[in-house]
Design a protein around this ligand. Structure first.
Ligand code: NAP
Length: 283
């Protein structure tokens, strides 16, 4: 079995955690693979250094060591190569992580086949002939210097309403604890497939997130905006594609999935309790 390891060395504990993970892998017969760029940093360890493309092609799973941002970036490569991800939290929250940095011994369970795969739905945006997919969310916003925008929303081709504000977030259940949460959206159990629509800074006293069935097709069209300003489309915080006014953007469930390695015992609500509710109880 081979594991492609991607540490985020900007996180203070990431280096030590990576070395601990590599030692556990060695003890249970998993070959540690890393991108060649990491050779200087980890030359004293027993690691197979390969180009990113070769490493990903030959590996059975990817290990992301860092925070949710790290896991998210690694996940984009994982989806493209159809590999599951094991996230080890060496950051602040690590909501997507399977284990904490002190728990690297759990990697032995993977060698023993004692794990399960959790599938997360993705969404995509069709803009003309181009397609962009996201694990967290697709965002359509006004550019930096432009004015308020009006975005017409259609569901399965039927007009729904017009959002007036800075933009709109279309989120997956995975993304419900990210940007969509900051915009007032609900936390969505990943076992409930859905597409969330949350306005960004709406110019309204009455504006809520709408959760759509994942089979709905949602169309966005900017009907009015500063003609000299930019409208930007992003996926998981990346891209920044300029979109012309009146361009139709179709949002729908993607046929790609993001796969996470999970162990028995720690479910979504334990993580929510420990990491988001700070272990809060009603007692
Ligand atoms: P970033 O702006 O450097 O960090 C975004 C923050 O979101 C980090 O604290 C990250 O956690 C957290 N995060 C990312 N995905 C998450 C998830 N699924 N559940 C819970 N927390 C999550 O950007 P980045 O690290 O490249 O991540 C891109 C994401 O940033 C976007 O997909 C978007 O969701 C989010 N974002 C949020 C806001 C906002 O809340 N106002 C604004 C823009 C973008 P870690 O600290 O553990 O890495």
């Amino acid at each position: 079995m081979k594991a492609y390891i991607v540490p985020n060395l900007e996180k203070v504990n990431s280096r030590a955690c990576t070395i601990a993970a590599i030692r556990v892998m060695e003890s249970c017969g998993i070959t540690a693979v890393m991108p060649e760029a990491m050779e200087k940093e980890f030359s004293s360890q027993k690691i197979l250094f390969q180009s990113k493309e070769q490493g990903l092609k030959k590996s059975d799973f990817i290990v992301a060591i860092g925070g949710d941002g790290t896991i998210l970036h690694v996940a984009r490569d994982a989806v493209s190569h159809d590999l599951p991800v094991l996230g080890i939290n060496a950051g602040r929250v690590g909501f997507l992580a399977t284990m904490e940095m002190e728990e690297t011994n759990l990697i032995q369970k993977i060698a023993a086949g004692n794990y399960k795969i959790e599938e997360r739905m993705l969404i995509e945006a069709d803009v003309g002939k181009e397609q962009y997919w996201a694990i967290n969310e697709i965002v359509l916003t006004r550019g930096e210097y432009s004015h308020i925008v009006d975005i017409d929303i259609f569901c399965d081709g039927k007009p729904l309403y017009t959002i007036r504000g800075d933009g709109v977030i279309l989120s997956t259940p995975t993304g419900s604890t990210a940007y969509a949460m900051s915009a007032g959206g609900p936390v969505v159990d990943p076992a409930i497939p859905s597409i969330g629509l949350s306005p960004i800074c709406p110019y309204s006293l009455f504006s809520r997130t709408i959760l759509f069935s994942p089979e709905r097709h949602i169309t966005l069209q900017v009907s009015s905006a500063d003609p000299n300003g930019d409208l930007l489309l992003s996926a998981d915080g990346n891209l920044g594609i300029k979109v012309p006014i009146k361009q139709e953007i179709l949002i729908k469930r993607s046929n790609k999935v993001f796969r996470l390695i999970r162990f028995e015992g720690k479910g979504f609500y334990e993580v929510l309790n420990q990491k988001v509710m700070w272990g809060g109880s009603h007692k």
